[in-house]
Design a protein around this ligand. Structure first.
Ligand code: 5GP
Length: 194
């Protein structure tokens, strides 16, 4: 997606060699026109898959996801970060290691909102090692539902997330693919829309 790639190149701030900050349009301040375009692109890709629910993880996945859900006219469900619960009969839960924060969170969704009839499109802001998306996919499987695709705004292609998701048989669409963050510079993968 050309406009997202331009934004990443213009406004992205590189931290170290592996973290990209995009606070001006996605992770702090949010650009709704850009999110609208994002939703359009994911809709075009996944509209034939019978999507019944958009699933993401709090907090930064919510903004693009609500726009995508609006486009599909389906609910947007976000997994919450929560303490491991003994109320296992009411929730699905799994552990996810956060790449940016270097800690493991338990994420949960209520059984009320995910059922075996659901066809789920997973959306997230970033793909790094694939931990968040794989955790969300485990919640979908626990409900007996199906993940019909994974839509990512910014994929860091030098990390193994995409390969790990594809190894699970998941279709991944990333709107902007970052090849490298070396030397404080953002280098994109050519022809990134796949
Ligand atoms: P993964 O679970 O694929 O290892 O990492 C993806 C998750 O970590 C996303 O939900 C995102 O919030 C966060 N994340 C990973 N790398 C980055 C990054 O470079 N920048 C930002 N802003 N978030 C990241």
């Amino acid at each position: 997606m050309h406009s997202l790639r331009e934004k990443v190149l213009e406004d992205g701030v590189v931290i170290g060699e592996s973290i990209l900050k995009v606070d001006s349009f996605l992770n702090h301040q949010i650009d709704p026109m850009l999110m609208d375009e994002v939703s359009h692109t994911f809709y075009n890709q996944f509209e034939s898959r019978g999507v019944t629910k958009i699933l993401t993880i709090e907090a930064s996945g919510i903004a693009p996801s609500i726009m995508v859900a609006h486009r599909f006219k389906v609910p947007c469900l976000f997994a919450k970060k929560a303490k491991p619960s003994t109320l296992a009969h009411e929730i699905y839960q799994t552990d996810v290691h956060s790449f940016t924060k270097n800690r493991t969170n338990t994420i949960i969704v209520s059984k009320e909102f995910l059922s075996e009839d659901d066809r789920v499109l997973i959306i997230d802001d970033f793909l790094a090692n694939g931990e968040a998306a794989l955790g969300l996919h485990r919640l979908v499987k626990a409900a007996g539902a199906k993940t019909v695709g994974v839509g990512i705004l910014v994929e860091k292609s030098f990390q193994p997330g995409r390969e790990r998701l594809e190894a699970e048989g998941l279709e991944v669409m990333s709107l902007c693919r970052v090849a490298s963050l070396k030397n404080n510079q953002v280098t994109l993968v050519e022809d990134a829309e796949s």
